[in-house]
Design a protein around this ligand. Structure first.
Ligand SMILES: [Zn+2]
Length: 455
C-alpha cells in the first residue's frame, strides 16, 4: 500500500530541486518554429528521463526527433505520458518582464517561455515519479513517455511516429500534455479536442505592385480578389458557406449539454478580459454560449496581409495578398474533406486564382465520457483540490489526441499545472508554484490508483 502522505512529503521536500531542474530545462531554448536549440533540448529531456532509470530512445522523424522513455514497475499496467519539449517563439521580447529564457521566480510564480507549455508539465510528471522512487524504490506500474518536438508547429511528423512505433508505445491509458484549474481554482478535465484545418490563402494578380493611378481602373487588385474570396466563406449570420461543411457535424448529446451546464459561466470574465461589448449572435451566456464555444465549427481569419500599411499614405495597387485562416472542426468533420470543400467552393465562385496551402491539420478527438480512466483522473483530483475535476466534454483547442485515441486505442485524460493566467504562447508565460505542487500531487495519485485498477 502506498502511503500518499509519504509521497506528499517527498514532493514537498524535493520541490526546490524539481523547480531548479525545471528552470534549467526552460533556460534551454527549443523554438521549433525557428529551429533554435532543438537538438540540445531533446538531449536534455532524454537525460532527465535517464536520470530516473528510464530506458530512452530518440525517435527520428522528418522534422525534429521525439524522445521516448520507458521504465517498468511493480505491475505491467502501462501509463503513457504525452508531452512536447518545443516551445512557441518568445517575441515580442520587449513585453517580457524578465528574459524568456532566464527563468525567474517572483510572487510565487516562475516565469519563462515553456514553463507551462509544456516543460512544466514534463517536470510535474517527473516530480511525481521521483516521489514513488524515493518512497518505494520503484514505480507501481510501467510508465512510458513520448515527448515530441513539433507540437507547437502542428505535430506535422507525429502520425508516422505513432504508427511506426505502435508496439513500443502500447499502453493502457494516456495522460495528455496539459491541464489545470480555472479562475476559481477548480480543476478541469478536457475530455476532447476540436479538430483543425489551417490554411494560407494567397493570390497574385501581377508580377509587381503598380501605381494606383495607373492601374486602379484597369488592373486586377490582389487585395480585392482575396477579400471577395474570403467574404464568400461565411455569411453575416456566421454560417460557413462551403457546400457540405456541416454534413458530418454531430450535435452535442444530452450528456454533453448536462456537463456544459455544470461548467461555470465565463461570459462576464471573457467580456471583461477581452473588452467585448457582446458575443457573436448576441449570445447572453450560460449553456448556449458554452455550446457554441466548442460544438460549433469555425472559420477564423487569423491574419491578412496586402499592400501598404505603414504611416501616411502610399497610392499603390498590390500585386499580392495573403490570409491565414483556420477552421476549427467538431465531431465528425474531417480536415481533408474541408480542404477539398474549400477548393471546390473557391473554384465554383470563380476564385480559381486563390491558392490554398495547408499549414497543418488534425481531426477532432474525444475520449468516451464513460471511460473508467477518465473518471479515475476526475476523482483523484478531489484529494488534492477538495473537488473532483469538472468535465468539459470538448475543449475549443486542437491537438494530435486522435492518434492516441484511434491508433493506440487509449483513453486520453488531462491533468496538470496550468491556469487561465499562464500566458501560454504570450509574453510572461508563468506557472503558480502552488499549482505545480498540486499538479504533482494529483499526478502521483493518478499513477497510484491506475497501478491498482489496471494491474
Ligand atoms: Zn502550446
Amino acid at each position: 500500500m502506498t502511503d500518499l502522505q509519504e509521497l506528499d512529503k517527498v514532493i514537498n521536500d524535493r520541490l526546490e530541486q524539481n523547480l531548479n531542474e525545471l528552470a534549467a530545462f526552460c533556460a534551454q531554448p527549443s523554438i521549433s518554429a525557428q529551429g533554435k536549440g532543438m537538438k540540445k533540448c531533446a538531449s536534455q529531456a532524454a537525460e532527465m528521463l535517464a536520470a530516473r532509470g528510464f530506458e530512452v530512445q530518440i525517435l527520428p522523424t522528418d522534422g525534429y526527433p521525439a524522445v521516448f522513455g520507458q521504465r517498468s514497475g511493480q505491475t505491467n499496467a502501462t501509463l503513457l505520458f504525452y508531452n512536447h519539449y518545443d516551445v512557441q517563439p518568445p517575441e515580442p521580447l520587449e513585453l517580457w518582464e524578465s528574459p524568456p529564457f532566464e527563468p525567474t521566480i517572483r510572487n510565487g510564480k516562475m516565469f519563462a517561455r515553456g514553463v507551462s507549455d509544456d516543460k512544466g508539465h514534463i517536470a510535474c510528471r517527473l516530480a511525481a515519479i521521483d516521489s514513488f522512487l524515493a518512497v518505494e524504490g520503484e514505480l507501481p506500474c510501467q510508465i512510458k513517455f513520448i515527448i515530441e518536438g513539433e507540437e507547437e508547429i502542428g505535430s506535422v511528423n507525429l502520425a508516422p511516429v505513432i504508427k511506426q512505433y505502435q508496439d513500443l508505445l502500447s499502453a493502457d491509458a494516456c495522460i495528455w500534455e496539459f491541464g489545470g484549474v480555472n479562475d476559481d481554482g477548480i480543476p478541469i478535465q478536457s475530455a476532447g479536442l476540436r479538430g483543425i484545418c489551417y490554411v494560407e490563402l494567397s493570390v497574385h494578380t501581377a508580377t509587381r505592385d503598380a501605381h494606383s493611378g495607373l492601374g486602379g481602373s484597369i488592373f486586377p487588385n490582389a487585395a480585392w480578389r482575396l477579400i471577395w474570396a474570403l467574404s464568400s466563406l461565411k455569411s453575416l449570420d456566421e454560417r460557413i458557406l462551403l457546400p457540405g461543411f456541416y454534413d458530418h457535424v454531430i450535435p452535442p448529446s444530452s450528456r454533453d449539454l448536462e456537463l456544459l451546464e455544470n461548467l461555470p459561466d465565463e461570459s462576464i470574465p471573457w467580456k471583461r478580459d477581452y473588452g467585448l461589448k457582446n458575443f457573436l449572435k448576441d449570445l447572453a451566456g450560460g449553456v448556449e454560449l458554452r455550446q457554441r464555444e466548442v460544438f460549433e465549427p469555425t472559420c477564423t481569419i487569423c491574419g491578412l496581409t496586402s499592400g501598404y500599411q505603414g504611416p501616411g499614405s502610399k497610392t499603390v495597387l498590390p500585386a499580392e495578398a495573403k490570409a491565414k485562416v483556420d477552421f476549427r472542426l467538431v465531431p465528425n468533420q474531417r480536415p481533408e474533406e474541408v480542404l477539398q470543400q474549400l477548393r471546390t467552393h473557391l473554384d465554383a465562385e470563380d476564385f480559381s486564382d486563390i491558392q490554398i496551402t495547408c499549414l497543418g491539420s488534425n481531426p477532432p478527438g474525444r475520449t468516451d465520457l464513460d471511460d473508467p480512466f477518465l473518471h479515475l483522473v476526475v476523482d483523484t483530483a478531489k484529494d488534492v483540490y477538495g473537488t473532483p475535476q469538472l468535465i468539459a466534454p470538448l475543449s475549443g483547442g486542437s491537438g494530435p489526441n486522435h492518434l492516441f485515441l484511434n491508433i493506440l486505442n487509449l483513453p486520453v485524460a488531462t491533468a496538470g499545472i496550468s491556469y487561465p493566467g499562464a500566458n501560454i504562447h504570450a509574453p510572461n508565460e508563468n506557472i503558480v508554484i502552488k499549482h505545480f505542487l498540486d499538479g504533482v500531487r494529483h499526478t502521483a495519485r493518478i499513477i497510484n490508483r491506475f497501478a491498482k485498477i489496471y494491474a
